[in-house]
Ligand binder design. Structure first.
Ligand code: PMP
Length: 363
């Protein structure tokens, strides 16, 4: 095993080394407080300052408009699949309808969960194409009176990413699951009613879930919505209605500060485009490897691929591991390989993978 390791896990995933080093140096004594961040009251001045800095850095990085709240929640993306309907469908006569675009495994799970709270209209699906593209906007069969339209803008398992910001219908907000590509590219937050993302890919440790929600959507919760998951209550308490995941928020804050130092989201996007270009070019060089996603919709973050001769899979993974290229095995539902190349994956890591791909293919 080489000393230099590159971790291609889809999540929990690689974090910037500088962030881990800073966290290590502050582990026992955060900035002279004599305490670890893990040991601080979430209501004390030390943690409140960590929280406020994280919130304002994220607001700056994503240019979040003032009429949006940023919530630091728990339960991950899957819990949001229930929390969001419970908070938003109260806008409409019951049972409300939610429009969905089905582009892969994660939007599929969102659809399943939403059926417990509303009627579901799958307005478009790429299932028949094996989830290799986003159905074109002009083919979407939206209801017109939906409580909201749910999309997953980057499908982590299928490796499909939106290359456009969809227009919804008037008065129908878009809810976007950005778990696996938030902060990797510039976005216009004002196009969405709500954005959510589990932290464990591009943000920080598992256990923290970000929700960015427009103010006017805080009023439509169902009565059954638990208080700890009620957006209006969470917002009114600065994400401290219950004890928030303090250490995860602290690490996320270090990641936000680190991204600002690197030049923000626009700078990350530039590098991410280059990393993805390099990797897809190696996969496309001949038919030894195969990525099945239509080029326009190939994810810059999650790159699934297959060996033409799948009997070589174990040999491929063992050789990769010996070179310090870790966690390349594909998701169990699709098999093959997957390289996740989030913000914290350096260009050298992608280059090391490309060198190995070429070598293994005998090029
Ligand atoms: N949405 C997307 C796009 C994801 O990638 C994931 C996790 N891989 C989830 C939702 C679910 O997140 P969690 O396991 O944190 O609930």
């Amino acid at each position: 095993m080489t000393n230099q390791v590159f971790n291609f896990s889809a999540g929990p995933a690689v974090l910037p080394k500088e962030v881990l080093q800073q966290a290590a140096s502050e582990m026992l004594d955060w900035q002279g407080s004599g305490m670890s961040v893990m040991e601080m009251s979430h209501r004390g001045p030390e943690f409140i300052s960590i929280y406020r800095q994280a919130e304002s850095d994220l607001r700056e990085l994503l240019a979040v408009p003032p009429n949006y709240k940023i919530l630091f929640m728990q339960g991950g993306g899957l819990a949001q699949n229930a929390i969001i309907p419970m908070n938003l469908v109260g806008c409409c006569p019951q049972p409300a309808t939610i429009d969905f675009i089905h582009t892969g495994s994660w939007s599929g799970k969102s659809i399943q969960e939403a059926r417990r709270y509303a009627n579901v209209n799958v307005a478009a699906s790429s299932e028949a194409d094996g989830f290799t593209r986003v159905p074109p906007r002009e083919t979407w069969n939206l209801t017109g009176h939906a409580a909201y339209l749910h999309i997953c803008t980057n499908e982590t398992i299928d490796g499909v990413e939106y290359d456009f910001v969809p227009e919804s219908l008037p008065k129908v907000p878009i809810v976007a699951d950005m778990s696996s590509h938030i902060l990797s590219r510039s976005i216009d937050v004002s196009k969405y009613g709500l954005i959510f993302a589990g932290a464990q890919k591009n943000i920080g440790p598992a256990g923290l879930t970000l929700v960015i929600v427009r103010d006017d959507l805080l009023e439509d919760a169902l009565a059954i919505c638990p208080s700890a998951f009620h957006f209006k209550t969470v917002a009114a308490n600065e994400s401290m209605f219950n004890t928030p995941p303090t250490y995860a928020i602290y690490i996320a804050g270090l990641v936000f500060a680190h991204l600002k130092k690197l030049g923000g989201v626009a700078a990350m996007e530039k590098i991410n485009i280059e990393k993805a270009r390099l990797l897809y070019a190696a996969l496309d060089a001949d038919d030894f490897y195969q990525n099945r996603v239509a080029p326009a919709y190939r994810s810059r973050m999650n790159v699934p691929f297959f060996l033409r001769d799948e009997s070589l899979n174990d040999k491929f993974l063992a050789g990769a591991k010996a070179r310090g290229l870790l966690q390349l095995k594909g998701h169990k539902s699709v098999g093959g390989m997957r390289a996740s190349i989030y913000n914290a994956m350096p260009l050298e890591g992608v280059q090391a993978l490309v060198d190995y791909l070429n070598e293994f293919a005998g090029r």
